[in-house]
Design a protein around this ligand. Sequence first.
Ligand code: B16
Ligand code: MG
Length: 213
Amino acid sequence: MKSAIILDLDGVICDTAHFHFLAWHRLAAEYGYELTHADNEQLKGVSRADSLTFILGLANKTLSPEQFQEDLHRKNEWYLELVKDMGPLEVLPGVPSFFAEVAARKIPLALGSASKNANMVLTRVGLIHAFNAIVDASQVTHGKPHPETFLKAADLLGIAPEKCLVFEDSAAGVQAAIAGGMNAIGIGTPEDLPGAIVHLRNLGEFDFSKYPL
Ligand code: B16
Ligand code: MG
């Protein structure tokens, strides 16, 4: 039976995880809290609203519902400003060769991202047409670590979950893949991404000959 690949976006295809960090760092500073890189590991793959709730907990701060929405909006405006000049060169190392290999092997490919900006970012880096299916935050009820994002991607591809290989840079995303009955490849360290079957620095390190796809 045919296998498929499901890719996360931020931190796997492009370095937008860093831009999310910068925008959250700026907002947290307004709350009197210095957001650390260790904090940020907990935010990767987590929805915008859940990320703000997490930061408010760290900063021991509460917001009115109106201010909460306003701060979500401001964070996103800062993020959009940071990504506005992104182009096809702004992909992580190994991405062009990985996509070339996927195309050459005709492997079904889906995106499974927690970002509402996924389509925009993929368009900017010129990769949107490489995907057979795209699932982003606007299409799911439950964000990562719930498996809905990846299960929906598998469903759109018409491939059984156990035949899908998920590439993730976030602990929440690796948990989501496992919860969906899929294998996860961690883009990061075993310490940050327990449960992944192998850990790589980037997509370029993936050895297609080792995995039957
Ligand atoms: P947005 P991914 C996730 O994307 C990011 O990892 C996470 O840091 C971000 O908060 C989330 O998207 C929501 O993004 O604010 O653009 O809707 O890694 O799942 O591709
Ligand atoms: Mg990610």
